[in-house]
Ligand binder design. Sequence first.
Ligand code: ASP
Length: 465
Amino acid sequence: MQRTLVIETLQKIGEKVTLCGWVDSKRDHGKVTFVDLRDRTGKIQAVGIGGKLSELTTESVIEITGPINARGEKSINPNLPTGTVEIFVEDYKILNKAVELPILVEGDGHDVNEEMRLKYRYLDLRRERMQKIVRLRSKFYQALREQLEKKDFVEVETPMLTKSTKEGARDFIVPSRFNPGKFYALPQSPQQYKQLLMTAGVENYYQFARCIRDEDLRADRGFEFTQLDLEMSFVTQEELMAHVEEIVKNAIKKVGGKLQNETFPVIPYTEAIAKYGADKFDMRSEEEKKDGTLAFAWVVSFPFFKKVDKKDIAEVRDGKSGWTFTHNPFSRPVPESAEDHKNGQNIENIVTAQYDLVCNGFEAGGGSIRAHDPEVLKQTFKIMGYSDEEIQSSVGHMLEAFKLGTPPHGGIALGLDRLVMLLAGETSIKETIAFPMSSSGKTAIMDAPSEVSAEQLKELGIKIA
Ligand code: ASP
């Protein structure tokens, strides 16, 4: 079989072709049955006479063979890109018959309940809105990659089974069969590995990184997300921000996004709080909100430390002294705060070389210039109340690398689910993830977490309390 795509039929009038796809809809008029056949490129009307097509059910997968005919003046459908043609069915096959559907595939799906949408995500993804988002996401990734390759970035994968990474959330832990009683942590980010790649001389690193954090779930957030993670050696904060701005700007334009500013404004944290009452804010006019404009800004000069929120277990664990980091413990203080940081004094006023990228009221990314001097990194953990032994056991490997020729470096991570959400004009990141988790932490379709067998537990040396 040589398959023709629906969109190609416009050039095939008078030719006999074979089309494959789904039954989008069916209209039975007795002698003649019309079916709209849908593939990834669009829909076309198929005409079956003498009972042909009449048995078909919606969303079945079929193959149709027959000539493409120009439609008569009166039967042209101006709403369909292929509305001037149709396929006359000589022969057809049912490749997979669909039974009654548990959810509707037509429409935007907003009225279908979340549990059902996720349980039958493969049906949900068939709808036009979701197909567009899946493809937009892929195109955006390609556009970003293109920019990164141009700037000589190297894509490197980092481990998924690792040690706690200190992003301020709880870890997901994985028991080790070979070392009963010991556990891996899933990465909250590739933070430490990407810094170690700077020690390794990679200089410009990137990765489309999956990050896993055991945070409290919100309606629009699961435990997993994807970041464009990058790190550069020998750059100043301004240079790094300029590179990132260029990458983001060009990639967004490439997929048809509209930007408010050619140059992103840079706003100090205290000014943002005074002006907007928050460190993420929306700078768009009502008009711009309607036309899908993206309004980016940088926020800089954040406080390095904050008082531990006693209700936040992860913060309590990290901030043994009552102080914990606001963004990233691997950042360095700005030069003006170096003295206070070194002496562990005036802690609430220490400023970190952190920069956040905000867009339309959301945090779209964040990063920093790092402490590559082992004494500076050590001091950050001291301020948080870590003993020498605790520092050694949690970041001893970093301190060691920082004594073996580590260049000054800095990086950022951009939240890709969120950026795609903003580009697509959606309001939940779940709409941009093919198989997101439900609000109660269940995986789409497969219903995890679930029990494991007694045998598996035994092998791991685990008893359920
Ligand atoms: N690791 C940080 C995060 O995931 C980003 C960075 O500082 O590069 O938020």
